[in-house]
Design a protein around this ligand. Sequence first.
Ligand SMILES: Cc1cc2nc3c(=O)[nH]c(=O)nc-3n(C[C@H](O)[C@H](O)[C@H](O)COP(=O)(O)O)c2cc1C
Length: 330
Amino acid sequence: MKKLSTIFLSGNGTSRSLECPILQSPLAGVSDQIFRRFVRRWAPKALLFTEMVNAKSLELGHGVEKVIELSEETGPIGVQLFDHRPDSMVEAAIKAESSGAFLIDINMGCPVKKIARKGGGSALLKEPELAKLIVKKVSKAISIPLTVKIRLGWCEATSDPVAFSLGLQEAGAQLITVHGRTRRQGFAGSSNWEAIKKIKDKLDIPIIANGDIKNSQDAIECLKITNADGVMIGRASMGAPWLIGQIDAEIKNQKTFKQPDAKMKINLSLEHLKLLVSKKGYHGLLIARKHLSWTCRGFEGATNLRHKLVRASTPTQAIKLLEDELIKLN
Ligand SMILES: Cc1cc2nc3c(=O)[nH]c(=O)nc-3n(C[C@H](O)[C@H](O)[C@H](O)COP(=O)(O)O)c2cc1C
């Protein structure tokens, strides 16, 4: 594996550098501000992303909280936008930049039907000219760097990911993250790291490899195969906000990472739950359920605790369950 170095993005006036080559995926419904705060505890310098934001909605004033919150971020934060209308994308990107975005990312990979049917996300993989136009217009309108997140194409038969990526580079993209699956694949099969290498070989801008990286061994293997400038981690970080920092430390051979034990996982769950409830009230409990059931794994009594947690009908009950578990451990 080549030695990874700081990634420099020059932008259109404002340059940025990425000191950590391990990036946290944008994860709709997961990578909210509270989750990101936890990720930064282990990886303060990593580039994190907002959940994807609909550019048109932002223009109309919806989803604006995802952008307003940017001022509270303590590290690099990319705002990820989706839409197919270049002017809406421009408007939203300007708004996100002025709210403190570290960079803007355009989603060209989301397979969700509701989004692709309207021409956004992965539908842009079928429209290379429109994709280029969006990148060109947005990159000219902002001074911070513009990055794009893609899949390998709509379906294998019709896709030419190297040509598509070259077009984005030419249009002004400063970095491309590639999830090594086509839209048609969804999450089936495995991420094609060899195909990512083909893109890396032909492009001059930094390439981030994504798909199926669950630990530092996977990251090292993926970097070896793709020769990418960094990797992005998605699903494996759900319930494990320490993973970005862990992989970063392990690939650098630093022995600083302390494996999370039951006490740490329960304490983290308790903190997560309390933060969500103080921000969102009862709805916070509903959001917390999935995070707690991902985090409370891999220790004695975890299955039983998860079963009880999903049945807790009030925040107070859920908090008591976690506190009782901590007392047992002390
Ligand atoms: C629950 C969930 C939400 C996601 N939300 C987004 C999103 O908002 N924007 C995006 O570009 N990709 C999104 N993705 C895709 C991931 O960022 C990532 O590209 C994909 O999961 C492959 O990486 P992985 O194997 O490390 O999970 C999402 C994936 C999942 C499972």
